[in-house]
Design a protein around this ligand. Sequence first.
Ligand code: SAM
Length: 378
Amino acid sequence: MVAKTQFGLEELLAAELKSIGATDIELLTRAVKYRGDMAVLYKSNLLLRTALKVLVPFTSFYAHHENQLYKRVQQTDWSQLMSPNQTLAIDATTNSEIFHHSKFTALKTKDAIVDQFRGRFGIRPSIDTENPDLRLNVHIHDKLVTLSLDSSGNTLDRRAYRLNRTEAPINEVLAAGIVMLAGWQGDTTLLDPMCGSGTFSIEAAMLAANIAPGKRRSFGFERWPNFDGELWSKIKAEAVQAERKFTGRILCSDLDPTAVNIAEQNARRAGVERMIDFRTDDFFEAKALEETGTLLFNPPYGERLQEDDIVAFYKEIGNQLKHQFPGHTAWIISANAEALKHVGLRPTRKIKLFNGSLECRLQKFELFAGKKGEAKPS
Ligand SMILES: C[S@@+](CC[C@H](N)C(=O)[O-])C[C@H]1O[C@@H](n2cnc3c(N)ncnc32)[C@H](O)[C@@H]1O
């Protein structure tokens, strides 16, 4: 199997895979390759916090031109995988001199499949890109074509709790990854002071209470002909049994009351609202309630602000941290490298990540306890 993820989260994903019994784990860029049985496949979708989708490669071959691709795709008996009255979607990714256009590749593959059905049964499956019965992935590297079944269906960042979004939300997989990169496991208070739609807080609560990220959604494999309903029910029941009580503290706040309201609604949908304290607060007026804690920030990156304003904003974050949060650890993700410099504290870790297509840095700042002036300047 291949679990896809975001750049920078591969090692976390490999560790998650190990914990669910995957073997032969191999790190790739933005993905991890591994082996496992049907139970591992089902658990991968239900339990992995840092996976975006789980593919099951089932055939690969060389194709030198598009007609060869068409012919080779027809060598699979597609009626083993779906019936002609079901629906199909095809995602293609290409990294090839010959097959430049992923859309065209997907189209050619689709033609080969539907033509086979039409020839054999007189009817053909129709295409449904949103909610298909079978989602197929075609990957072409140079001339090597790999066909995989997409066992996830919708990507796994769609956990079905975030129906309402504020502006520029961070995706759930990245948010979970950042909570995990920060090493937070529920032992210290977590502060999410610019919470937007609450993604950090919700992912942190689900992690701390060991709630399966896929608990509230369905998956592609549930519509496969070989779907083992009994095994699936058992795995889901085990996941519920493995949930634990979280007795720590998560503080979720934002300057904007609408954002706080949205975060609260999302948390309710995720079933974690009782684990989180919601407040409307300006971070620049906030004070630490405890001596230690972990702060996670995804501040505005400044696309809509004047350069001076965004620099002043990041400076102010640094000042607040320095003066009000000694003893705490702060993690800030931003695509604005220049603004990050103005936090004015020396980062003790820098991790490259992507928020959508934006290259970002996640930086760690350790605020030293002691007199206010003793925070380590940059
Ligand atoms: C990029 S969004 C955060 C998105 C969030 N991570 C999510 O997943 O939805 C930045 C947030 O910072 C908030 N914000 C801006 N200035 C603030 C301040 N002084 N205090 C608290 N929140 C602030 C904005 O209201 C906005 O919701």
